[in-house]
Design a protein around this ligand. Structure first.
Ligand code: AMP
Length: 130
C-alpha cells in the first residue's frame, strides 16, 4: 500500500508544498516543531534512508541543501537543523527545522499554526527556492 507521503506526492492528500523536482518533494510538516519545519522526501518510496543507493542519498542531500537555503532566506532563524528521526511513516523523510533554540529540534515542543500561516510560510519558502 502506498505510504501517506506517496499519496501526498500524488496529490491524493493535500500538503503545503514548498519545492519539487523530478525525484524529490518538500512540504511543511503538519505538526511543526517550529515555523517553516519542512519534510524533504524522495519520490521513490523507500523505508530507511540508508537503504537508498549512494547516488540516491547524495541526490537527496543535494535537494535538502537547496531547500535549506530557501528556508534560511524565508524564515528568520539562527540556523537550519537537520534530522532523520522518527518511526511513524515508513517513507524516507529528512526534517529541516529553522532553529532559534535547542528545543526546536527536540520533537517535543510543537507550534500550532492556522491554515493561512501554513499557506503563507509555504509560499515564502517556495519563492526562495532555486
Ligand atoms: P516520524 O516518522 O516520526 O518522523 O513522523 C512523521 C512526520 O510526518 C511527523 O513529524 C508528522 O508531523 C509528519 N506528518 C505526518 N503526516 C503528515 C501530513 N499529512 N502532512 C505533513 N506532515 C505530516
Amino acid at each position: 500500500m502506498a505510504s501517506i507521503f506517496t499519496k501526498i506526492i500524488q496529490g491524493e492528500i493535500p500538503s503545503y508544498k514548498v519545492a519539487e523536482d523530478e525525484k524529490h518533494f518538500a512540504f511543511l510538516d503538519i505538526n511543526p516543531n517550529a515555523k517553516g519545519h519542512t519534510l524533504v522526501i524522495p519520490k521513490k518510496e523507500e523505508n530507511k534512508i540508508f537503504d537508498l543507493s549512494k547516488q540516491e542519498y547524495a541526490e537527496l542531500m543535494d535537494f535538502c541543501y537547496r531547500v535549506a537555503k530557501a528556508l534560511e532566506k524565508a524564515i528568520p532563524c539562527e540556523r537550519i537543523g537537520m534530522s532523520v528521526i522518527g518511526l511513524e511513516v515508513p517513507h524516507v523523510h529528512v526534517h529541516l527545522v529553522p532553529l532559534n533554540a535547542m528545543e526546536d529540534i527536540q520533537f517535543v515542543k510543537k507550534e500550532k499554526l492556522s491554515n493561512d500561516e501554513f499557506v503563507s510560510l509555504a509560499e515564502k519558502i517556495a519563492q526562495n527556492f532555486e
